[in-house]
Design a protein around this ligand. Structure first.
Ligand code: EPU
Length: 435
């Protein structure tokens, strides 16, 4: 299995272009199942998750091909509506095909996503919403089996114990786009990725208003056409690079970035002493001193995103004082705490809260990536640490960060991807442990 070898202590300097948003691209790719005719999406990051969804869409009769950063998608056959567990278990966002399959083909069989390393991730609210539109839903052999004669617009409430649901809102919007009559979603997720999906559906001919607010109205239409569509920049990748600049006391200009999607992040980073300035369509992020400690609670958009909690924690490990991070979306999303501890961080976890006491130095160590954002936090910590950090299981990071090591290396980081067991004839202990 591949690993990253990072020699810390380099200040990052230069420019980096942020890729298209993973969490926009995935539901928008699924929405292509609704189109009569070809769609072209760009820029779509080259990521394992995009490949997994491409593979699934292929099994569902949608031809997917890549030309550079363009993704071309066109439905060729509607004969299979079964999203098999073998693919769904690799990526939970596969659930995004449920709404489109049901709306377009009146039938969907989608394996129920199982557990996940960041915590329990149910899809009950998705199912509640689709039932409100008239779908009949049952569970059979671990699959969600949904069918309908036709979907009928309805009032749908999408609130749950941790707020709304991003992919649940996507599923209901996609299903309602072809339903008969008007759907009102109350307590819709407000994330920019939901707004992006609504804009894509509207470009296809849907009639959706209010996306980006908690109340979204969808007037169903009879058909949706194929379109070319530009995906928004990835706000989580951008936030990760902002923190990379800060944690190395560097100066990095980010291009292709939507600062208006990142106000909570920018505000928090400025509060702790990171300098963030808009510059010629990009944004320059720099730091030249020890940052201050702070308190952060992750929240649904526009609050501070859970997808940057681990990376911010890496930064706060060397802050001046005690910081408190509270996770309100995924209370168990703290697998990075123990690994950061191996690098000398002083973190005490108490339920959904982590108390981080800043230390003067992180020290390189062998560590294990456990999920996408936790891996990013370890890369950040490795760049700030003295000595060498070896991060195992970097396939987690390839799910959501396009060419992260080349982007960081171009900014001056000393980071290498290696596969120490390739051609060695020895068994990879990480593979053995995984089995
Ligand atoms: N929830 C329920 N019932 C549901 C759905 C969600 O209780 O039916 C709960 C979840 O357990 C969680 C909260 O509601 O506590 C929010 O979950 P949500 O459904 O919004 O998450 P998601 O749509 O599965 C997306 C992103 C995640 C991101 C979350 C929260 C995609 C493909 N994934 O997941 O991204 O963390 O929203 O913002 O858009 C990542 O990129 O690393 C990642 C995990």
């Amino acid at each position: 299995m591949e690993q990253f070898v990072i020699r810390g202590g380099r200040r990052l300097r230069g420019q980096v272009s942020i890729s298209g948003s993973k969490n926009s691209a995935l539901p928008i790719m699924a929405a292509c199942l609704l189109a009569e005719g070809p769609c072209k999406l760009y820029p779509v990051p080259s990521l394992a998750d995009v490949d997994f969804l491409g593979e699934l869409l292929g099994e569902l009769g949608c031809q997917v091909s890549r030309e550079g950063s363009n993704l071309l998608l066109q439905v060729k056959s509607e004969s299979s509506s079964h999203a098999r567990y073998d693919i769904v278990r690799k990526m939970r966002a596969s659930i995004c095909v449920l709404g489109p399959l049901l709306a377009k083909r009146k039938y969907a069989r989608v394996a129920l996503p199982g557990g996940c390393s960041i915590g329990s991730r149910p899809v009950d609210i998705h199912l509640r919403g689709l039932r409100a539109l008239g779908a009949r839903i049952k569970l059979d052999s671990g699959d969600i089996v949904a069918d309908c004669d036709e979907l009928i617009g309805a009032e749908v409430f999408l609130g749950g114990p941790f707020g709304s649901t991003v992919t649940g809102t996507a599923n209901i919007m996609m299903a309602a786009a072809l339903a008969k009559g008007t759907t009102l979603i109350e307590c819709a997720a407000c994330e920019p990725e939901v707004q992006d999906l609504a804009a894509f559906l509207n470009a296809m001919g849907a009639r959706i208003s209010g996306a980006g607010s908690p109340r979204v109205t969808i007037e169903g239409v009879k058909k949706l056409t194929g379109v070319d569509y530009r995906i928004i920049p990835d706000r989580i990748e951008a936030g990760t690079f902002m923190i990379a600049a800060a944690i190395t006391n560097g100066e990095v200009k980010l291009e292709n970035v939507r600062v208006d999607h990142m106000m909570a992040v920018v505000d928090k980073l400025r509060e702790i002493g990171v300098i963030i300035e808009k510059n010629n369509g990009g944004v320059v992020v720099s730091s030249n001193r020890r940052i201050a400690a702070t308190d952060v609670t992750t929240q649904p958009y526009p609050g501070f995103p859970t997808d940057l909690q681990a990376q911010l924690m890496a930064l706060l490990c060397q802050a001046n004082g005690n910081s408190i991070l509270t996770e309100k979306i995924y209370p168990d999303r703290f697998l990075h705490v123990a690994e950061l501890g191996r690098m000398g961080a002083n973190i005490h976890k108490e339920g959904p809260t982590a108390i981080v006491t800043g230390v003067s130095e992180l020290v390189g160590a062998p560590v294990m990536a456990s999920d996408l954002r936790a891996s990013a936090a370890l890369v950040l910590a490795g760049m700030a640490a003295s000595g060498t950090t070896v991060i195992n299981r970097v396939y987690h990071i390839d799910r959501g960060y396009e060419s992260i090591e080349s982007k960081l290396a171009a900014l001056g980081a000393d980071i290498l991807r290696e596969d120490p067991y390739k051609n060695s004839g020895k068994l990879d202990p990480a593979t053995i442990a995984a089995e």
